[in-house]
Design a protein around this ligand. Structure first.
Ligand SMILES: Nc1nc2c(ncn2[C@@H]2O[C@H](COP(=O)(O)OP(=O)(O)OP(=O)(O)O)[C@@H](O)[C@H]2O)c(=O)[nH]1
Ligand SMILES: [Mg+2]
Length: 555
């Protein structure tokens, strides 16, 4: 992310056409830059770029490529596994669960990029020592220079970028203009773009080389297949995820991802509003029913209704037209959590917990991927030693996203894995260590004891560890999520919750229930299996998307 920080000062207002330096300024700029630009652009890194193989998959960058992965079913048939199912936890039954949940073949999500936002950064031109400019007096230099000896595309691109709205998506539009496939022209364009952003060459080359490797792995050939990933990577690298540009992309994704839940909640609320001319008792009764049916749960529903009644009362109106706005405000309030202390002595240790099959392992991969794109040095540890397949699955992920991996053999002590991993992370100067854990064990008590042991070991080896204990919850389990959260919070003192699989369920109301019942921040939500489908949770956006309202631009 380092080099990209400079991006924000580029192409500033002064650079916009109207503000261009007088006379030959553009030219001059162009010249200065070109000096550095062109040189960089071409030669170096190209060689290493692997040529992605044919088979472009068409669904755009978003498709997950089927990966050769391990299937969970590899477990030995004769050891009837006792699974700690959500139901088990919910009912808090004795200790053993009878049958195993049908395990799906794990899909290996491929690495995907997340769209990042770019901010408009007009950058003042800086005078740069360029090539000996003959006749002309010293000219102010600009980030992007145009020189006579540049190829026409570079001149055109420079002009286009200068005139463009300073947003990553718009810039990318210009950078990729006319490029349809992977190949040297693509790498030259990217190098030119990085140069124009004044990015250190080594970091730019690293970015390009990693991206080329990824394209190769994915066998993507066409821009249409990887454009989204490229934007995602740039946004993370540039720290632009909060930009409006990127936010609207996310909002769209959120709205789409929540479509089933919206079907349940939004449509019903719209129907309620359409059939009531005022907010009266029958309105509230029907509203309660809608919430309960949407998996908000009984108690949270009662609380939410009470809060809304109060809000409506205070507003002194019975007009149903205002109701959604009230509800949005209330939900935003509910989703708000206090500031968190994020400063820790590196490495930051993240312990992932949750019952079987909720998405812990794939979520670790997605988080590690994000962190890695943000320039962090990441280690992931296979603390789920209960099944060999779990270790392999994580290893495949680590290899795929290019982060380091620590494991011991199957059935070894998870606490020992955690101990070694944290030691390695400290000694190796890692920024982040993710520890995966088993979601199934012989007994619930066994699972909880094990988590406790892992926590103790981590804390002994590295102060404050685990710094974040994250519970992953499968949103499709609806109300079971409540008992899971309660149970894990008692044992593992949760710092965060991540809700996965919101894309496949009408039970998204559970997000509201969790937020109301536990004072634990929801930090990410899973909207699909691809890497870029794990997104930071934004309460205001979520509330708006859930209610079918407009994005909240100021956020
Ligand atoms: N549709 C969708 N699928 C998801 C999401 N997150 C995870 N999955 C899928 O859920 C399945 C289970 O994910 P895992 O990461 O293996 O779950 P786990 O919690 O590690 O499971 P165990 O190791 O068996 O306890 C995989 O097929 C994932 O691709 C999501 O947000 N949306
Ligand atoms: Mg797992």
């Amino acid at each position: 992310m380092g080099f990209f920080s400079k991006l924000k000062r580029l192409w500033t207002a002064e650079d916009s056409p109207e503000h261009q330096a007088p006379e030959g300024a553009v030219q001059a700029d162009a010249e200065e830059e070109s000096g550095s630009t062109e040189q960089t652009a071409t030669d170096d890194a190209q060689a290493e770029v692997a040529e992605p193989v044919a088979q472009a998959q068409e669904s755009g960058a978003e498709e997950v490529v089927p990966e050769p992965e391990k299937t969970i079913e590899e477990e030995s048939p004769e050891e009837p596994e006792i699974v700690l199912t959500p139901e088990f936890i919910q009912t808090e039954e004795a200790e053993e669960v009878v049958e195993e949940q049908p395990e799906e073949a794990l899909q290996e999500p491929e690495v995907q990029e997340e769209p990042t936002k770019v901010e408009p950064a007009p950058a003042p031109v800086e005078p740069a020592p360029v090539e000996p400019a003959p006749a002309e007096p010293a000219k102010p230099e600009t980030a992007t220079l145009i020189t006579d000896d540049q190829p026409q595309w570079q001149k055109d691109l420079t002009v286009a970028l200068r005139a463009a709205e300073p947003k990553l998506s718009v810039w990318l539009e210009h950078v990729l203009d006319g490029i349809e496939e992977v190949g040297d022209p693509l790498w030259e364009r990217l190098r030119f773009f990085f140069d124009a952003l004044d990015a250190p060459k080594a970091e730019a080359e690293e970015f390009i080389a990693k991206f080329a490797d990824w394209l190769d792995d994915m066998e993507y050939d066409y821009v249409s297949d990887f454009r989204s990933e490229l934007q995602y990577r740039l946004a993370l690298a540039l720290d632009l995820e909060d930009e409006e540009d990127e936010r609207s992309r996310l909002f769209l994704k959120l709205s789409e991802g929540l479509s089933k839940t919206k079907e349940q909640i939004t449509k019903q609320i719209d129907g309620l509003l359409a059939t009531h001319s005022e907010i009266d008792e029958s309105f509230w009764e029907e509203f309660e029913e809608i919430l309960i049916m949407s998996d908000v749960g009984f108690e949270p529903t009662m609380k939410l209704v009470e809060r809304l009644r109060e809000r409506v009362r205070k507003a002194g109106t019975k007009d149903p037209a205002k109701f959604k706005e009230f509800m949005r405000e209330e939900l935003e309030e509910i989703f708000k959590t206090g500031p968190r202390i994020t400063a820790v002595t590196k490495p930051e240790v993240v312990l992932m917990v949750g019952v079987n099959g909720v998405g812990k392992t794939t979520t670790i991969a997605k988080l590690a991927y994000r962190a890695q794109l943000q320039g962090k040095k990441v280690l992931i540890a296979a603390g789920d030693t209960f099944r060999a397949a779990a270790i392999e699955q994580l290893q495949v992920w680590a290899d795929r996203i290019g982060v380091d991996f620590h494991a011991k053999s199957a059935n070894s002590d998870p606490a020992a894995v955690a101990y070694e991993a944290v030691e390695r992370a400290v000694e190796g100067g890692y920024d982040l260590l993710f520890v995966d854990t088993a979601g199934r064990l012989q007994t619930k008590v066994g699972l909880m004891d094990e988590l406790q042991k892992i926590r103790n070991v981590l804390g002994k080896k590295h102060e404050g560890a685990p710094h974040r204990t994250i519970l992953t919850i499968d949103a499709t389990t609806g109300q079971n999520a409540m008992s899971q959260t309660k149970l894990f919070n008692e044992v593992a003192k949760l710092d965060e919750i991540i809700l996965t699989k919101l894309d496949g369920t009408a039970k998204g109301g559970i997000v509201v229930a969790i937020a109301m019942e536990f004072n634990i921040p929801i930090t990410y939500i899973g909207l699909g299996e691809k890497m870029e489908d794990l997104r930071p949770f934004n309460g205001a956006d979520f509330a708006a998307a859930l209610l079918g309202l407009e994005d909240t631009p100021e956020e």
